[in-house]
Design a binder for this molecule. Structure first.
Ligand SMILES: [Zn+2]
Length: 307
C-alpha cells in the first residue's frame, strides 16, 4: 500500500504507536510530560511497582503506570495527591517533577538523586572545606541573547572553579583571617539519571515578573561530567510559548527502541525528525524542525552509561 500524500506538517501521516497518552485536565500538560518521563524511565517504573503499601505517591503512580501500559489514562488521582485544584492554571514542569520525587519512596526516587559538594579551598593554607548536599538536577544558567546555548559549555561553566578575592575574600578558620579562596562544585555520587535544568524562566527585577529566555539550545547525544561519567540523552521536557499560555510536551527515546516519540498529552507519535542519526543530513531534513525541537527544551534527562 502506498503512503498517503503528505501536504504540510499538520497533515503528516503518523502511524499508531504502542505508547499511550495522558488526558489533559485543562492545562495539566506540565504534569503529563513529567509523568510520561517517569513512566518511560524503566528503573523508576520498576522501583515504583516494587514499592509496598500506600504511604508514598508510588502507590498512585503504580496504578497510573499499570493503566498507561494499555490505554490512554486520566491523572485525577495524581492531581488530587499533589493537591492541584486549579487544573486550568499552567505550572512549571520542573517544579512538579521535584514535588513528585519528594513524595516518592526513597528506593524509587534515589535513581534521580546525586550528591555534590560545594568545595572551598583557602588560597593561603590550602584547607579544603566541603559542604555536602543532595541534588536532583544541575541548573544551567541561560543567557538572554541571540546566541545559541551549548549544554556542553553550560556544564563546563557549572563545574568551573571561581576565585574570590578583594572584597569577596572568604573567612578561613585555619588562618583565622579573610583570605582569597577558590570555590567549585564536586560530584560525590553520580545519579543514575542525571537531569539538567535549563533555566529558561528568569525573574526580571525591574518588572518583578518571570520572563522566558528563548535562545536555541544544543544538546549532544552524550555528555560527560566530572569525573569522566558519561550520560546518554533519552528524554527532553519541552516548553513552547510564553510563561502563562505555553504548552509542555516530552520527547522520549524508550530504552527498548532506537526511535524517539513525542508525548503530547493524549497524543503519542513517532518524531518525524529522529535526532542523532547520521543519515539526517543526507535526507536533507536538518532544518527548521531540529531548531524548533531544541529551541524550547526545558529539562533534558540523561541516563548513566556503564562506567
Ligand atoms: Zn586558610
Amino acid at each position: 500500500m502506498s503512503q498517503p500524500w503528505v501536504y504540510g506538517e499538520q497533515f503528516s501521516f503518523s502511524p499508531p504507536v504502542r505508547y499511550k497518552g495522558l488526558i489533559n485536565q485543562g492545562a495539566t500538560c506540565y504534569l503529563n510530560s513529567v509523568l510520561q518521563v517517569l513512566f518511560m524511565t524503566e528503573d523508576f517504573r520498576e522501583a515504583v511497582e516494587r514499592c509496598p503499601g500506600s504511604d508514598f505517591i508510588d502507590y498512585h503512580l503504580k496504578s497510573l503506570f499499570g493503566k498507561l501500559k494499555d490505554q490512554t489514562t486520566d491523572t485525577f488521582d495524581i492531581t488530587k495527591k499533589l493537591d492541584i485544584k486549579r487544573v486550568y492554571e499552567q505550572r512549571d514542569a520542573a517544579e512538579y517533577f521535584k514535588k513528585i520525587l519528594n513524595l516518592t519512596s526513597p528506593e524509587s526516587s534515589q535513581i534521580f538523586f546525586g550528591k555534590q559538594a560545594h568545595r572551598t579551598v583557602c588560597s593561603t593554607c590550602q584547607t579544603q572545606t566541603d559542604t555536602d548536599g543532595k541534588f536532583w538536577h544541575l541548573p544551567l544558567t541561560l543567557l538572554d541573547s541571540q546566541n545559541d546555548f551549548s549544554v556542553v559549555n553550560g556544564l563546563k561553566d557549572y563545574f568551573k572553579a571561581s576565585t574570590f578575592s578583594g572584597d569577596e575574600q572568604m573567612y578561613c578558620e585555619h588562618c583565622d583571617a579573610k583570605r582569597d579562596a577558590t570555590f567549585e562544585f564536586v560530584i560525590k555520587r553520580h545519579p543514575e539519571v542525571l537531569t539538567l535544568l535549563l533555566k529558561r524562566f528568569e525573574l526580571d527585577y525591574r518588572s518583578m515578573t518571570y520572563l522566558k529566555i528563548n535562545c536555541p539550545v544544543h544538546i549532544p547525544h552524550t555528555i560527560q561530567i566530572p569525573e569522566n561519567q558519561t550520560y546518554e540523552l533519552y528524554a527532553v521536557v519541552d516548553h513552547v510559548g510564553d510563561l502563562k499560555h505555553g504548552h509542555y510536551t516530552a520527547c522520549i527515546k524508550p530504552q527498548e527502541e532506537d526511535r524517539w516519540f513525542k508525548f503530547d498529552d493524549a497524543r503519542v507519535t513517532e518524531l518525524d525528525f529522529q535526532p542523532f542519526q547520521s543519515d539526517n543530513c543526507k535526507r536533507g531534513r536538518m532544518s527548521q524542525k531540529v531548531l524548533r525541537q531544541i529551541r524550547h527544551c526545558l529539562s533534558p534527562l540523561l541516563q548513566e552509561k556503564e562506567r
